[in-house]
Ligand binder design. Sequence first.
Ligand SMILES: Nc1ncnc2c1ncn2[C@@H]1O[C@H](COP(=O)(O)OP(=O)(O)OP(=O)(O)O)[C@@H](O)[C@H]1O
Ligand SMILES: [Mg+2]
Length: 285
Amino acid sequence: MNDSALELPEGYDNKFPIRIRGLTNAFGDYVVHDALDLDVRQGEILGVVGGSGTGKSVLMRSIIGLQFPREGDIEVFGQNITDAEPDEVIGVRNRWGVLFQGGALFSTLTVAENVQVPLKQFYPELDQTLLDEIARYKTVLTGLPAEAASKFPSELSGGMKKRAGLARALSLDPELLFLDEPTAGLDPIGAAKFDELTRELTDTLGLTVFLITHDLDTLYAICDRVAVLADKKVIAVGTIPELLETDHPWIQEYFNGPRSRAAAKSHEGADDRRKALDKPQAGRA
Ligand SMILES: Nc1ncnc2c1ncn2[C@@H]1O[C@H](COP(=O)(O)OP(=O)(O)OP(=O)(O)O)[C@@H](O)[C@H]1O
Ligand SMILES: [Mg+2]
């Protein structure tokens, strides 16, 4: 469905679907990000962590064009989205899917209708039979039973709602997936299943995933690298063992605390499934 996948800007080699340089976001006098840099690599699941209020969701909103930065450049698939006209960004917008914090399904629409919202927006010419077929396929792809397609969000459990939200995020066959706290509010078994689904879909569909989470199990189980937001910047990015080599107090407290050690123990071996990547670089990702 993504013909635009072939239209890469000149000089763009598809190694970093997201590149951020010097990003500053502020609300009035309150500065959330100050000259933040980050690169997201093609094909990785990048976990994004940081204390509550450090600006993880604002960062995601800036990348998808919902928060206009005060300064800096954000390139998505080589296209600078910060100074582009809205219609120039359309070709990029249909190459990402988003699961917002809290799910945010339209409560008056069924799961299938929710999945069809982005499809109708970007492909108004699709007929209803095809829309229904795609919605059914996306619903089943996320592990929901086919009958769930005709249900309203209020008829679904928390875990099913997340899967429905994921089905909608995948509706346009994105190459880039944004997940904001996808396992928040799920029981540990539901969360682990959602993690498995994320990893499986990433590998089979060739996605790149920007995954905001507080869930240490998620970080250990499925993230290739982790970016840490603190002091208004991405202070480090790397594998968890690499992050542990840095001496930033927040990183040490977060990854060396008892909860982290328990999560590390229960996911021993997960690291072997992933390639070790670059060393973290302070202030520069
Ligand atoms: N629209 C807005 N107007 C004013 N301030 C905002 C707005 N959106 C976010 N903020 C502020 O920006 C800061 C970062 O918010 P953000 O939602 O990105 O945090 P977060 O890291 O996602 O936190 P959490 O882990 O709790 O979800 C917070 O102090 C928040 O109050
Ligand atoms: Mg948030």
